[in-house]
Design a protein around this ligand. Structure first.
Ligand code: TXA
Ligand code: MG
Length: 340
């Protein structure tokens, strides 16, 4: 199939948005930018359309999808209950990087919920996504627009690299903002439970609705899968990544040991650490002072690492505060070891 690529700013006009929205409604798969990562969209009420997402991505069928809306009013047709807390979170954070798991009506395609009685909804905060979703005026199922097992795409090039010829189109809106996927919170539990950390932090959520739980798998030493997606190994590059805690000196030690063994090693570190290390093979993430930028660059650097021929990548550990929680969650998933 030919993948239509709406590229320059000019081409992303109302007509392009309308064409993409029409194609979605006809059951086609269209990738689009959101503020987190690119999503691969299909009509969430059309089982056949949704099955093309799984096919294009090579995604396991028991991993449910998030439904995206251009207006919060739309969710009431598809869920049986929106609690007071859920309403408060919608008011505080939509549009934005927060997915709410709510009790589902049976009107959505079965493949969206993967047989669960709940469904995840979110309203993305990106002008292209919002224009598309509003023009289509349907819930759009959209997982990240990558092949399963690859880092989520933060640029249209990443989407095409993985899915060119396998999807009907991609709206190219440049690079995404947050750079990691939305926070997922299960609102059917009391208290609600964060299943995946993302752009909206636990602290921000608790400021609105009071204490929430963290999924056991997000707590140290427990990996019982709760969100179905958690049991799959996402984001794992071909080359092993070791996270090295404990500063530049520790990383220099580990580097020295590995180089003595003749290993070809690369680094994925902050600008500051890059200067301290003084090595050639460095993927820079940005300044330690700007964890948001570091998070935004992570998936692109992981993709570059995928194309490299290093034997080991040593990665810097960042503080798990604010967005650092989501950043380290993704980095730890990609890594095979953590060195204290
Ligand atoms: O930022 C994002 O959320 C991006 C953009 C495109 O919006 N989308 C995204 O979708 O990351 P995906 O499919 O890659 O991740 C959806 C996550 C998975 O971990 C899935 O298991 C979980 O949400 N999920 C979806 N529906 C669920 C449900 N009913 N109950 C529990 N977890 C659910
Ligand atoms: Mg994904």
């Amino acid at each position: 199939m030919e993948t239509k690529h709406w590229t320059s700013h000019d081409e992303l006009n109302n007509q392009a948005i309308q064409e993409a929205a029409d194609r979605l409604k006809q059951g086609e798969t269209i990738a689009f930018p959101t503020e987190t990562v690119y999503g691969l969209g299909a009509d969430a009420t059309n089982d056949q359309a949704v099955s093309q997402i799984f096919q294009a991505k090579g995604r396991p069928a028991d991993n449910p999808l998030i439904a995206h809306v251009g207006s919060s009013d739309l969710i009431y047709d598809y869920v049986t209950d929106v609690s007071k807390d859920a309403q408060a979170l919608i008011k505080a954070f939509w549009p934005g990087p927060l997915t709410l798991i709510l009790p589902a009506k049976s009107k959505l395609a079965e493949k969206v919920t993967a047989g669960l009685t709940t469904v995840g909804f979110r309203m993305p905060d990106h002008p292209v996504a919002l224009a598309l979703l509003q023009a289509a005026n349907i819930p759009v199922a959209a997982p990240s627009a990558n092949r399963s097992g690859k880092p989520s795409p933060t640029a249209a090039d990443h989407v095409l690299h993985d899915l060119d010829g396998k999807i009907h189109g991609v709206l190219d809106g440049g690079t995404t903002g947050v750079g990691v996927e939305s926070t997922v919170i299960d609102m059917t539990l009391d208290p609600p439970m964060i299943l995946r950390p993302g752009g909206v932090t636990q602290t921000e959520i608790e400021a609105v609705i009071g204490p929430v739980n963290l999924a056991p798998s997000l707590q140290a030493e427990d990996d019982a899968p709760r969100s179905p997606g958690m049991k799959y190994k996402h984001y794992a590059p071909d080359c092993p990544i070791w996270i090295v805690k404990g500063g530049a000196e520790r990383m220099k030690q580990v580097t020295h040991d590995l180089q003595q063994q003749g290993k070809r090693i690369g680094f994925m570190v902050s600008d500051e650490r890059a200067i301290e290390l003084d090595q050639d093979h460095i993927y820079r993430l940005g300044s330690q002072k700007d964890l948001l930028a570091i998070t935004r660059h992570l998936y692109d650097r992981l993709r570059q690492i995928d194309d490299s021929d290093y034997e080991i990548i040593l990665a810097e550990a960042f503080p798990k505060e604010g967005i650092g929680e989501a950043l380290m969650n993704r980095l730890e998933k990609a890594a095979s070891e953590t060195i204290e």
